[in-house]
Design a protein around this ligand. Structure first.
Ligand SMILES: [Zn+2]
Length: 96
C-alpha cells in the first residue's frame, strides 16, 4: 500500500491512519495513528507476530536437536532441507 501524503491545514496536518486508513488532524505531518486504539492494535499484532516467530524458532531448534547424528537417509536429508527452509522463511518475516 502506498502512503498518502499529509496535507497542510491551518492548525496542523491532515494525515491518514496507517491502521484504519481514516483521515485525521495532527500537529505532526508524520503522525501514523488516529487513536490509541489503532496504535495498540498495531502494537499487539507486532507483539503476537514476534512471539510466533520466537515459538517457531524453538520448534525448528527442536527438530534440529532430534535429528539423528548418524545414519543419513533420504528422510534425514529432507528434514534437514525443510529445517533450513523454515529458518530462512522465519528470518525473512522477521526482517519485514
Ligand atoms: Zn486509525
Amino acid at each position: 500500500m502506498t502512503e498518502r501524503e499529509a496535507v497542510r491545514t491551518e492548525s496542523g496536518w491532515l494525515v491518514w491512519c496507517s491502521e484504519c486508513h481514516t483521515r485525521f488532524e495532527s500537529k505532526r505531518s508524520d503522525a501514523c495513528y488516529c487513536s490509541p486504539t489503532c496504535r495498540s492494535r498495531v502494537f499487539r499484532r507486532e507483539k503476537k507476530r514476534e512471539e510466533t516467530i520466537s515459538l517457531m524458532k524453538v520448534y525448528v531448534d527442536q527438530v534440529r536437536g532430534n535429528m539423528p547424528r548418524r545414519g543419513r537417509s533420504l528422510e534425514f536429508e529432507a528434514l534437514a532441507k525443510l529445517q533450513v527452509q523454515i529458518a530462512n522463511a522465519l528470518a525473512s518475516v522477521e526482517n519485514d
